[in-house]
Ligand binder design. Structure first.
Ligand code: SF4
Length: 297
């Protein structure tokens, strides 16, 4: 089913470069990273990752040049989780800024260990930068823009701390502070998307809802809160998610064929990568259509 035509219900602002982080800095750039996600993170054997790997041990598919030896065949070889993941630019930040371009290979063990400790912390901070940057682009969030801007600057400052400071950072506390602002942003933006027309599910608060396998084909979810909702394998074919908050929603195997996500917000590339979709799925301009949606692999 083709997505229904919608009038843009949430306005996005063109922001000055010095007001926000460059969104392109908030996507992984593997060429500038020492393969940190393939070393620092632990993986358990599952449908997403074909073997067990402890934190701090290099994946056996990681090559000496920090590239993946099975990159073209990740899904076919049982590593689909690797095609879903994105570090939000934390890999290049830790490699090139925090550690000044010093590789974990060939250096002191202590430096490598510190690098692997710091990477997940910076990844969380960069994810917050992604949300804060998007919040600042949303016209309806204007009343909280000054606070969002301060939070963005503070988060960016935190990412530039020394390895020791980053390792000691209470990142959960910082996340909580930022989340208060993101919630306020969500209320303002969704309020603008509500009250226009009527439809199943529209504007509803489905925060944290268990929607595993839910049949939401063609649903009007404009202005809905789907924060942290579990939408695994749900059918959202042709659904309208204009002005819907998708922060933290689990979209693994969610069918987004022909859905309209153009003005959904707090949606990330890893969420999209985990979902299914089509050439007809409408996406926000900051996100990329996953290759497996159209290649069938
Ligand atoms: S399979 Fe490739 S992308 Fe996945 S962790 Fe190993 S080296 Fe990295």
């Amino acid at each position: 089913m083709a997505a229904r035509a919608t009038v843009a219900l949430i306005g996005r602002l063109a922001l000055m470069p010095d007001q926000i982080a460059d969104p392109s800095d908030l996507r992984g750039d593997c060429a500038q990273c020492f393969g940190l996600c393939c070393v620092a993170l632990p993986f358990a054997r599952s449908a997403d990752f074909a073997m067990n790997k402890p934190a701090g041990k290099a994946c056996e598919n990681l090559q000496a040049d920090h590239r993946c030896g099975i990159h073209a065949d990740l899904r076919a070889k049982g590593f689909s989780g690797c095609t879903v993941y994105d570090c939000f630019g934390a890999g290049q930040k830790v490699s090139q800024v925090t550690f000044g371009g010093q590789d974990w290979r060939g250096g002191p063990k202590e430096r490598a260990r510190r690098m692997f400790d710091v990477f997940p912390v910076v990844r969380q901070l960069h994810e917050l930068l992604w949300y804060l940057t998007e919040a600042l682009s949303l016209a309806a969030a204007g009343p909280v823009h000054p606070e969002l801007r301060r939070a963005l600057e503070e988060t960016e400052r935190l990412t530039r701390q020394t390895p020791e400071e980053l390792a000691a950072l209470d990142v959960a506390a910082h996340r909580q502070e930022v989340n208060v602002l993101l919630l306020r942003t969500s209320e303002l933006v969704r309020a603008g998307a509500r009250g226009k027309g009527k439809g199943r599910g529209k504007g509803k608060d489905r925060r944290g809802a268990d929607l595993v396998g839910a049949r939401l084909r063609g649903a009007d979810l404009r202005g809905a809160s789907l924060r942290g909702a579990c939408l695994i394998a749900a059918d959202l074919t042709g659904a309208d998610l204009t002005g819907a908050d998708l922060i933290g929603a689990d979209l693994r195997d969610t069918d987004l064929t022909d859905a309209d996500l153009t003005d959904a917000f707090f949606l990330t590339q890893p969420q999209l990568n985990a979902a299914r979709g089509s050439a007809g799925t409408r996406l926000p301009g900051t996100l990329t259509r996953p290759a497996h949606w159209t290649s069938g692999r």
